[in-house]
Ligand binder design. Sequence first.
Ligand code: LMR
Length: 396
Amino acid sequence: MFEVLPQLAPDPILGLSVAYREDSNPDKIDLGVGVYKDEKGNTPILNSVAKAQRILLDRETSKTYITPQGNQGYIDGMLSLLLGEQSRVLMANRVAAVQAPGGCGALRILSELLVRCSAKTKVWVSDPTWANHIPLIGSSGLQLETYPYFNKAATGINFDAMLETLKKTEKGDVVLLHGCCHNPTGADLTNAQWDAVLEVAQERGFLPFLDVAYLGFGDGLEEDAYGVRLMAENLPEVIIAASCSKNFGLYRERVGLAAIITENSQTRQIAQGQIQSVARGIYSMPPSYGGALVDIILADEGLKHEWVSEVNAMRNRMQTLRAMLVDKLEENGAQRDFSFLNTQKGMFSFLCITPEQVLEVREKHSVYFVESSRVNIAGINQQNVDTLAKALVSVL
Ligand code: LMR
């Protein structure tokens, strides 16, 4: 039966880890998959998470099923983090939400919910967007369109073109926006640009679909929530997919959240039942472990404080690494100005070099990153930055 299926190329992001592992060059550099790494190249368990694990080990008395909506403490903690402690939509009981298996699980079940509303729904995604958005959203049957976002030649956002396209959307269209730390470009909207997008959403009536996978990695946990809170507080309906993979370092535990802000509390009840039934039809209920850890951290003032410091430390280190790379490129004689990397945010940046140059630096110098020129900034360290800069300069 399966011989009728075509052989697929490796995944454009995950396939890089396999290629990197197989490379015997001792000076190889991995800037592929978006995983935070410390100075030694390890991805350690956060201290706050390690402490929560010990608490959970003592506290958990059963492995019976949890409910389709997941851990309510986790959901409430995450909603406060995303929407703010004083959120009016939370107070008005207008938010339906479920714990989801990772940000991917959240993106998929929200897409399936949109199909239940109308299979003809158009979803606009940024050009470029995270490669996995396309199968996650597109495979549910929704129609994908793109809006201009990043201009490689100008190394920045083409905001006028973005707004112009958003002004052509129709009521009922969905627009996927990266809440912060745009993946793959690292180029984020300013607060004033978010305000302008809100105005267009109000004018045209599109539904914002916010993907928030890097909260805290841009300017701070509060600052990075500007866009999501602006949309939530000022529009009747918004949907949000959030992930704890990066900011809690819980990658393999698959901890996400799907939230639906509805016009009123009656519709909230409908949405809650529908999203749970979507989840039941795909994976029944989310895994418990990671959500239980986040619940423990967010409910304990001391642990939460420690976690916030750990997020701040990761963010600050990534900003230092950006600056280090920019300086090293200059020091090694790069003819181009790479200072735009310092203005980008979060884990990723577009180096704005050609796919041919990306492949050349991979083949000749064993430096691995996505063909679009997306690099994982967290993969840079004091030991490899000089080799990296020299390798990049040699292919420019
Ligand atoms: C990435 O963008 O590298 C991460 O979100 C990992 C993934 O699943 O692609």
